[in-house]
Write a protein that binds this ligand. Structure first.
Ligand SMILES: [Zn+2]
Length: 231
């Protein structure tokens, strides 16, 4: 049964550059394997006081922070297959490859986007800049080539990683990342208010980690979890 851990505001409000790290005797937070020297990362915001704003939601205080949960190498590798965009930005070779792919996707997309931008009224049809309209295909083609090469490179590395996982564990099935729900707090004074709810499927790991830090936790049914997601 999934377990929900409630993280109080006191643990989150002074984090600044340091992440909130959840570890448990070097065991993986998903599959219990040891060692668990890699991390699953969630980039979150600590928010206080919702303000009415014309353009979307604004908060009186809003600070970025990261939550890191320890995972084993296999679970870390499985993230490269399923969620390469949210991997830890550490110095491990897989993280570097994921980051390189992410940058290449952005550059390719920007180049193609620039090409199409040349066809819009932003570039005047007459005058010095008008000649740029004639070469709009060049950045589009270059952008598409970059995107294609990135896609091929990503596929190549993903099959390599999949082979490596299957060699260690032929029946491996990727396990879900933790579900995280940051709460918007009403005021700063109440440091016991729950700033973050973390839901983990690994019941024993979650309970033992919560006990060690003296955090509140509870088991939740799948229906309860579905209701919360819908709400
Ligand atoms: Zn694992």
């Amino acid at each position: 049964m999934p377990v929900q851990i409630d993280i109080p505001a006191s643990e989150v409000k002074n984090l600044k550059r340091n992440p909130l790290i959840l570890e448990n005797e070097q065991r993986c937070s998903r599959c219990n394997q040891t060692p668990a020297s890699f991390y699953e990362v969630h980039r979150l915001q600590y928010r206080i006081g919702k303000l009415k704003h014309l353009y979307g939601k604004k908060y009186r205080i809003s600070k970025d922070y990261r939550l890191k949960l320890s995972v084993c190498e296999t679970c870390f590798q499985s993230d490269f297959l399923t969620h390469p965009e949210v991997m830890d930005r550490d110095k491990s070779p897989l993280s570097k490859i994921a980051r390189f792919h992410s940058i290449a996707w952005t550059i390719g997309g920007l180049m193609a986007g620039c090409g199409f931008l040349l066809l819009t009224p932003i570039v005047p049809k007459t005058g010095v800049l008008s000649s740029l309209r004639q070469i709009w295909q060049a950045p589009v083609i270059m952008g598409v080539i970059v995107l294609l090469l990135t896609w091929l490179s990503q596929k190549k590395y993903q099959s390599k990683v999949l082979r490596a996982i299957e060699e260690v564990n032929p029946s491996f099935q990727p396990l879900a990342r933790a579900e995280v729900r940051p709460n918007v707090l009403l005021n700063e004074e109440d440091s016991t208010a729950t700033a973050l709810e973390i839901i983990l499927n690994n019941e024993t790991w979650a309970e033992s980690c919560a006990r060690e830090h003296h955090w509140q936790f509870k088991q939740i049914t799948t229906t309860e979890n579905d209701k919360l997601n819908r709400g």
